[in-house]
Ligand binder design. Sequence first.
Ligand SMILES: [Zn+2]
Ligand SMILES: [Zn+2]
Length: 346
Amino acid sequence: MNNGTAPRRSFFRSRAFVIAVAVAGFIAVDILFVAWYLNGQRLDDEYRFLDRYGSPDAPPDIPEPVSKLSKATNGDFYNAVVAALEPLLQYTPNNDEPDESFAAFRAKRRNKPTDERKIFYVQPLGELTAYETRILDTSAEFVKKYFGFTVVRLPVKSISAVAGKYRRSGTYGEQFFTGHLLGKVLLPDVPADAVAVMGITDSDLWPGGSFNFVFGEATFTLRVGVSSLRRMVEDSPKPDDHLVLARTIKLFAHEGGHMFSLLHCSLTPCAMEYPNSLAAHDAATVHLCPCCTAKLCWSLNYAPEDRFAGLAEWFGANGFREEAEFCTKAKEALLAAKIPDPGNGK
Ligand SMILES: [Zn+2]
Ligand SMILES: [Zn+2]
C-alpha cells in the first residue's frame, strides 16, 4: 500500500554511493598493485640467481671460469696461502676465460657465516635408501672438515607433489628440474641458523636449456643447493663404497663451493672445475686449487692449516690415502709459511 509520500531515494542508489564505491575500488586496486609490485621487487632480488633458472626452457647460465695463479692479487692472506700451496702440485690454466681475482671475489656479495648462521644442513628430498643414507652420513663428516661447520641431517622432505613441467622421465628414471627444487622447495624453508642447505635426492636432475642432466646445482648467495646421488650410485660397476663415497664428497665439495660463492675455476686440478660427465667427475680432484682454497678460507674465516689437518684425518680414516698425504703436506706448508689470520672476510 502506498502511504502517499514520494519514496525517498535510498543512499545505496545515490550518486554519492556510486562515487564512494568507485573511489574505494580504485584505492583497493592501487593497494593490490603496490603489494604485487613490492612483492615482485623482493622476489626479483631474492631470485636474481634463480631467475635464469626460472623455467626448464630457459638456458642455464654456467658461471664463468676463474682463477689463474698468475693473476693472484691483493690480500696478504690470499697471497700467502697461494704461495704456500702452489708448489705442491702442477696447476695449469685450462682455458682463456676471464679470471675472478681475489679483489673481485672480495668485493662481491658472498654467502658467509654469521653469529646466527652456522649450521650446514643436509636435506634429503624424497626417501633415500639405507645405503645412500649411510654414504650421506659419512660424507657429512667430510663436509664438516671441508667447510668447517656443524652438519645436521634434516628429516626427509617429500617431493612427490612436484608436478607438471618440473619433472619428467629420463634415462635414469624420473628427473626433477633443479630451479624448482632450489627456489620453490628448499628456499622457502631455509632454517634461520643455516649457513647452507644442501638438498639430496636419489632422483636424477636437469637444469633446463639443452642440458639433459646435471649432478647438482647451487646458488651463490641464497644458501641453497641440490645434488643427486642417482648417477653416483647407479653407475658404479659393482657395489663399490669407496667409489660412491669419492663421487659423493666431490659433489659436496663442488656444490658446497658454489654455495659459498665460488665460481667455476679454470685452473686444473681444482674441485671447482666443471665436470660435464661422470668420467670427468671421476677424474676430477676433491681438493680446491690454491686460489679457491684461499678464497674459501678467507671468506669463511677458516684457518687453512686447521682445514687441512681435519681433512687429512678424515681422508686417512676413510681409505683415501693419497688425499690424506696431500692434506698433510698442505698443512705443513701452511704452518711453515706462517699464514696470517683469515680475518673473517674483512
Ligand atoms: Zn658447478
Ligand atoms: Zn680453483
